[in-house]
Design a protein around this ligand. Structure first.
Ligand code: NAD
Length: 357
């Protein structure tokens, strides 16, 4: 297979972790006989320095013509004093919008080798923690109109609108059902249908789409219950699908309980556009340029790219297996270091994963 990938290392530790991820990509290509060509593009602070803005037109063009996009991280104190409209993070929002990336997939996986860092009791995580939150990313209350602030009845007030139409709901539901088919074939749709009208339509449409996936089990939870179940017994979940606001909160909750944010990848997918794959952590300016960053979240983002953008499941599995093997061998970067383990730098960690492939 030949694919073309737009690579945006970004700021801070971005270039370091991306360097290792690309070595792993090359190793997978060699092992399985694929050709992946790459093209670098600027985003975030580095783009501001070079062009004056966080998302140059050339970057959007390069992303659009690629088969997939890999991103490191953006931002840093150097750009924190800039006007919010041209801050590095605007580049990220801009590219998600330009590529119409409406689905955000965030796995929360507990690496058994890192169980000590998990925030839940051993008997709870002993049952397993391997789920994925599929969050709608371009609709819902963050974008609904009307929205604004003003004075109502002589009092200061603010308002937003939570709105979803059936097309928006059906396309995110389909992403969730497709993801479940590649996993344990269970979808839990999260809403607030006992209170919100928008949720009643959500639930209705998700059930309709579910009829096209008779092999996937569909359940529903109210968001307050879902938040509770995530800490009470996360093993019950395979794929959680939900709207923008609930997904924002639940995906953070799900990933933080694993205790290893430096290990988790994410994918943002659109219809007919290349998907964007990135670690969930930021640019970690405090450790940038010191060979200290953990490259595993970015390496696992490459695995997500292979699985979700190119349907290369065996190749994705091979990367994930190599990461597990490396952890089992006792190798750790500083952020996941424990007593009795071997501490490695960014480059050395990347090299171990390549070796284990
Ligand atoms: P952060 O995720 O960059 O860092 C939080 C803490 O985790 C820091 O101590 C950092 O050293 C550590 N850390 C993060 N990733 C690590 C890794 N791979 N290996 C080892 N340690 C790691 O979050 P922050 O400090 O809140 O933000 C720093 C900058 O990143 C800000 O400018 C912020 O806006 C930006 N940011 C970008 C993204 C993104 O690009 N998607 C996401 C979050 C934050």
């Amino acid at each position: 297979m030949h694919k073309h990938i737009c690579v945006m290392p970004g700021d801070g530790i971005g270039p370091e972790i991306m360097g290792e991820a690309l070595k792993v990509l090359k190793a997978v290509a060699d092992k399985f006989g694929h050709t992946f060509t790459t093209e670098n593009a600027l985003i975030g602070g580095s783009a501001i320095d070079a062009t004056g803005g966080p998302l140059p037109e050339a970057t959007v063009t390069a992303c659009r013509k690629a088969d997939a996009v890999l991103l490191g991280a953006v931002g840093g104190p150097r750009w924190d004093t800039l006007d919010p409209s041209i801050r590095p993070e605007k580049g990220l929002l801009g590219i998600r919008k330009a590529l119409s990336l409406f689905a955000n997939l965030r796995p929360a996986t507990l690496f058994p080798e890192l169980a000590g860092a998990c925030l839940l009791r051993p008997d709870i995580v002993g049952r397993g923690l391997d789920l994925i939150v599929v969050r709608e990313l371009t609709g819902g209350i963050y974008f609904g109109k009307p929205a604004g602030t003003g004075v109502r009845d002589g009092k200061r007030a603010g308002w937003n609108t939570m709105v979803y139409d059936e097309e928006e709901i059906a396309r995110i539901a389909r992403v969730a059902f497709e993801a479940a088919r590649k996993r344990r074939k269970k979808v839990c749709s999260v809403d607030k249908a006992n209170v919100l009208d928008v949720s009643r339509v959500w639930r209705e449409v998700v059930m309709e789409v579910g009829r096209d996936y008779p092999d996937v089990e569909l359940t529903h939870l109210y968001v307050d219950n879902a938040a509770m179940q995530l800490v009470r017994d996360p093993s019950q979940f395979d794929v959680i699908v939900t709207g923008n606001l609930f997904g924002d909160i639940l995906s953070d909750e799900a990933s933080v309980i694993t205790g290893s944010i430096g290990m988790l990848p994410s994918a943002s997918l659109g219809a007919g556009n290349p998907g964007l794959f990135e670690p969930i952590h930021g640019s970690a300016p405090d450790i940038a340029g010191q060979n200290l960053a953990n490259p595993l979240a970015t390496i696992l983002s490459v695995a997500m790219m292979l699985r979700h953008a190119f349907s290369l499941d065996a190749e994705a599995n091979a990367i994930e297996k190599a990461v597990h093997t490396t952890l089992r061998q006792g190798f750790r970067t500083g952020d996941i270091m424990e007593e009795g383990k071997t501490r490695l730098g960014t480059v050395e960690m990347g090299a171990r994963v390549v070796e284990n492939l």
